[in-house]
Design a protein around this ligand. Sequence first.
Ligand SMILES: [Zn+2]
Length: 418
Amino acid sequence: MATKRAIYDEVDDRRDEIISLLSSFLEIQTENPPGRNYRDGASFLETVLSEREYDVELVDVPEDVVERHYPERSHLERVNILGQKMFGDGPNIHYTGHYDVVPAGEDWTKDPFDPTIENDRIYGRGASDMKSGIVASLFAIDVLEAVNAELEGSVTQSMTVDEETGGFTGLGYLAQEGYLDGTDYCVYTECFDSSRVCLGHRGVVKFKVVTEGRKAHGCMAHDGINAISTMNDFLTRIEEYRTKLHQRTTDLPVTPNESRRADISVTMMDAGYSENVVPDRCTATFYRVLVPTESVADVRNEIQELIGETENSMDASLTYDEIMFAEPTSVSQDCRVSQTFAQNVESFYGNSEFVISPGSDDQRFVVNDAGIDQCIVYGPGRLEQAHVEDEFVLIDDILTAIKVMAVSTAQLIGDLDE
Ligand SMILES: [Zn+2]
């Protein structure tokens, strides 16, 4: 029977192979927005899975579904990939990750799509967030097979699109179409560092509010209704609301500590035509973060109430336009998948840390939509490296994550000698 030692050695032996696969994957420019080159990314992953003898399925998202979520980008293909491997009738473990990356941006000192290795780091867009996570879960299973680990269940690997813009046509679509049915344990391999097990995330509602007024010449302002003045009233109420939200804290381990509360920020403003025109329209954009005890429906009601107050006090009309929402989500640290991963993390770091993400990710589709409680987020790479210039991942971090994934998988769906 396989041992932990044999698994660890096998991972270390494959270091070059791991770096090489990740480097090739990083070269594919799957930038989102807008969501380009997904067909190339999918073909690459299809080959990788087929070589490993997975049963592979490509899931094209129908254009009308894309149009509903991304009307301006419906001409671009959305392709999700699933690979499945049966070892026996035991439980199923599903590793999932997104293969879109945020746009590289201008300020790199290295080529974001021609990966470089320096000081045991791999640089490239998506190195942390999160192509290394996808590569890690692939190698975790390779290694188990190489050491003849006794596996009694099945493994699913999925790679999805559009997480960086909400995930509705990626993992959200797979959840909705039933592709997650039959999953016993799910690991979303997002970059939370190989030393931490992430149990959930806060939620978010992004929305715009538009105040409408009446245009007038600045020298006869009495004829107009100034939309900025109306917005000013609304923003004053938002500031009071923000103070109240800061009292809504959570005991869950949201990291950093300062994020253990609900919050709202006004993030964009747009109004005005000329210095001598009273504006008839003002638009403000807001970012409202939810702690796991709140729901998106509550937030919508609260915002509507504030809108109503401004409408009454200013005798004006306001409209609410929602851009995107994500419900908060969290799972128990006592469930089997959380405990198994935490114990294996501990053997490398001496302790393990459970965290809740301050942002939001695709985990919610698995837990909230597909109803799978045993779903954690665990993967190599650092959250601080996500979306920044000169993004990198530590090679050691990838190797440790693979070891933790491999041993945990063997324990969850098979048998392993100490
Ligand atoms: Zn990500």
